[in-house]
Structure formats: structure tokens, C-alpha cells
Design a binder for this molecule. Structure first.
Ligand SMILES: [Fe+2]
Ligand SMILES: [Fe+2]
Length: 252
């Protein structure tokens, strides 16, 4: 599968491409520490989002707690000045024993796809962290962008509509990440370009996993919701934004 094959459905799904003004800001060497820091946090937040879905909709208490323990070293480092997480932490926490189980086919599909997604996002987290360490970029806490918050405003407040909308939001966040990695890659130095291109395939798969789960859980046609959330996503990407982040709008 070529890079073009991976990207084509992502670009069709999104309602707008990343504006050149964002790319011009992102490629500036002085913005690289901020970009990598936010990217690293986004990987953790992607894992947290997936974990939350499993805990809220499927897992029993024990399974949910095991999954929480899996993420806690990353959260401790990122939000509470904890020690540096490493690959050993990632591998130690994965295993059939931590995985919740359900007899509901949809719930089991959610568990399986989201656990794989969490594993991949945590791996990406460590990869970004390694890039930062190699480039002597210290981790400094930053504020979150308006993007995820803005998207989640579109989520309806009753079930199962809320779940369907959350899954569609997840699809857009993953698709946008994939599109941005590809848009930015040619402007970066060679090792970073290679790294960003290496992430495309998994992020493209994550967006499709979310959409598949949304279609499976909904008894209605979800196209109107996909369109509405897609339009909201594009508005966030195309509106002026005072804060530069991985998913920010047009730099003001
Ligand atoms: Fe990722
Ligand atoms: Fe992802």
C-alpha cells in the first residue's frame, strides 16, 4: 500500500486540508519543541480517550482498573512530574490478563480495537519522547488546544447518540492527525520526516476503526452525524487560533 493509498480516504473524509499558514508556522525550527511536546501529549490523550470508552461502555470494574494501571506511568510523567516511562513499562502492562472481556459482540470489538489502539498510541508516545530526548528538548507542561474540546461540544447528550458522536469525533481526530503528519513531513529534516511518515498507516487505521465501531453501534444511518461533526472539525481547523498546537487553527 503506497502513501497515496493510505491518505486518499483520509483526505476524502476530512472537509478541509491543513492550511498552508499552519504548516508555515509548524516548520519553523523555534516551534519544534512545542510541536513535539504537544504531539507527545496528543498520543497519550488518544490512548486515554480509547481507555475511557472501554471503561464507560464495556469493562467491569476489575478490567477497567487494570487498564488504568497500564496508562498510569505515562500520565504520571506527563501530568504529575513522574519518572520517565520506558518500553519496559509498555510491554509489562500488556497481556491477556489485563484485557476485559464481554459476551456482547460489539463490546468485544470495541475492547479489541481500542486496546490495540492504546498500545500503538503509547508506543508513539515513547517514540516522540525519544525524539525529544535525542534533540535535547526538555518536557515542559503546556496547555491543551481548543480542538478536542471544540469537537466534543458536538456530542449529543443522550445515549446511544453520545457514544456514536464520540466515536465519530475520535475518527476525525485520528484522520486529522494522519493528514497533518503527511502535510508537515516534507518540510521537516530527514529523520523527522521519516518518523512522521511512519505514523500514517496506524493513524489511518485508527480513524477507520472508530468509524466502523460507530456504524456498528448505531441503529440509524450515521452519515448526517459524520457530516455535521466533519463540518465542525473543519471550522476549528480554518478559524484563527491564538495558540499554536498540533491541532490548532490558522495561526493568528
Ligand atoms: Fe498515534
Ligand atoms: Fe491514533
Amino acid at each position: 500500500m503506497t502513501q497515496q493509498d493510505t491518505l486518499a480516504p483520509v483526505l476524502r473524509f476530512l472537509h478541509s486540508a491543513t492550511p498552508q499558514a499552519w504548516i508555515d508556522c509548524a516548520r519553523r525550527p523555534e516551534n519544534l519543541p512545542l510541536l513535539l511536546t504537544d504531539h507527545m501529549i496528543c498520543e497519550l490523550k488518544a490512548a486515554q480517550t480509547a481507555l475511557l470508552l472501554i471503561r464507560k461502555y464495556v469493562a467491569d470494574k476489575r478490567g477497567g482498573e487494570a487498564l488504568l494501571a497500564w496508562l498510569s506511568p505515562y500520565e504520571a510523567f506527563t501530568f504529575r512530574n513522574g519518572p520517565e516511562p520506558d518500553i519496559a513499562a509498555l510491554n509489562k502492562r500488556i497481556g491477556k490478563s489485563v484485557m476485559p472481556h464481554t459476551d456482547d459482540p460489539w463490546g468485544q470489538a470495541l475492547i479489541e480495537r481500542m486496546v490495540l489502539l492504546i498500545k500503538e498510541e503509547l508506543h508513539h508516545f515513547l517514540q516522540v519522547r525519544e525524539v525529544m530526548i535525542a534533540r535535547n528538548i526538555p518536557y515542559v507542561k503546556i496547555t491543551a488546544s481548543r480542538y478536542a474540546r471544540g469537537l466534543l461540544r458536538e456530542v449529543r447528550t443522550y445515549e446511544p447518540a453520545a457514544l456514536v458522536d464520540k466515536l465519530i469525533c475520535g475518527a476525525y481526530i485520528e484522520a486529522r492527525s494522519c493528514e497533518r503528519f503527511a502535510a508537515l513531513a516534507p518540510y521537516l529534516d530527514e529523520p523527522l520526516e521519516k518518523f512522521y511518515l511512519s505514523l500514517l498507516r496506524s493513524e489511518a487505521r485508527h480513524y477507520q476503526d472508530y468509524l466502523l465501531l460507530a456504524r456498528q453501534v448505531s441503529s440509524e444511518v450515521i452519515e448526517p452525524r459524520i457530516r455535521a461533526i466533519g463540518e465542525a472539525e473543519a471550522r476549528l481547523i480554518l478559524a484563527p487560533d491564538s495558540e499554536f498546537r498540533f491541532h490548532s487553527g490558522i495561526p493568528a
